[in-house]
Structures are given as structure tokens and as C-alpha cells.
Design a protein around this ligand. Sequence first.
Ligand code: ADP
Length: 162
Amino acid sequence: MPIVRALYPGSFDPVTLGHLDLIQRASRLFDQVLVAVLRNPGKTPAFSLQQRQQQLGLATADLTNVSVKSFDGLTANFARQQGCTVILRGLRALSDFEFELQLAHTNSSLCDTVETLFLATAARHSFLSSSVVKEVARFGGDVSHMVPAAVAEDLNRHFNSG
Ligand code: ADP
């Protein structure tokens, strides 16, 4: 049986408990999971690439078949380079579907040896997005049920220091 290595790409600005739930479930489904933080020139992130990679590394430290890297450029190329045969994406609601389907078709047109697979997000985390978390943190709200403890501290430092 070939080893199945799945790539889970995203901005993770920052990682949420929704992302983590998906990573934990993926780690049980695939031999190896590579979480990849995208340097997206179209977005100005709250956290640097290194910070996001560190936050993810810490949050997934107990998962032995999960590793974290960062990348720029095309996801399909990075998947091929890293020997990943699956690109994993999460679906929170119908509203995610149209964009995700377009992305999946684009990636398969660029590389037909990589399959995009979707996992439904956990219902209890389906309202969560990195943007919502940042919005709550910006106005001093409690984000402890939305992100790992270390990320909650980073958010507090980012928005409320000085
Ligand atoms: P991107 O900018 O690539 O959408 P995100 O960090 O927002 O990056 O999301 C990365 C992946 O995680 C996407 O597939 C997204 O659907 C999924 N995701 C986002 N929020 C959640 C959540 N609450 N639960 C599970 N998966 C999620």
C-alpha cells in the first residue's frame, strides 16, 4: 500500500480550534499530514509567516504524523514537490462550496495526480474563521474557546499591547 501524504494548505492567520479539529481528524485518516502556511501576497496578515508556522507547530506538537511548513506560489506545485497526493480543504457552510470547488478544479487542471478532498468541519466550530477571531480579539472579547491558549495570548499581545 502506498503511503498517503495529505497537504492541508491555508493562511492560518491565526490557526483556530476549527483548523485544529480538522488536522486531528486528518491525522487519523492519512499516513502523513503536511500543514502548509501560504504566503499570500494578496492579503496583509496579522501574524508573520514564521509566527503562524510556530503557532501551528506548537498546537500540533502531539501529533506525530503532522508536520508544518510554509510556502509561496501554486498549491498544486507545492503538493507535487512535497510528494502529497491529496489536498485537503475544510467546508464550513454552503457559502464555502462555490469557491472551494473552483479552487479544486483549478488545481486538478494544473496537476492531475493530486486529488482535492473536503472534510466537513465540526458543527461546533463551523462559525469559526480566523477573521472572526481577529475581530473579537481586536475589541477585547474572549477568544479562549476559539483558538489554542498560546494563540489567544499572541492575539492579546497583537491587538492590546502598547
Ligand atoms: P484560506 O485563506 O486558504 O481560506 P484559511 O486559513 O482561512 O485559509 O483556511 C484554511 C482551510 O481551513 C480552508 O480549507 C478552510 O475551509 C478551512 N477552515 C477554515 N475555518 C475552519 C473551521 N472553523 N473548521 C475547519 N476548517 C476550517
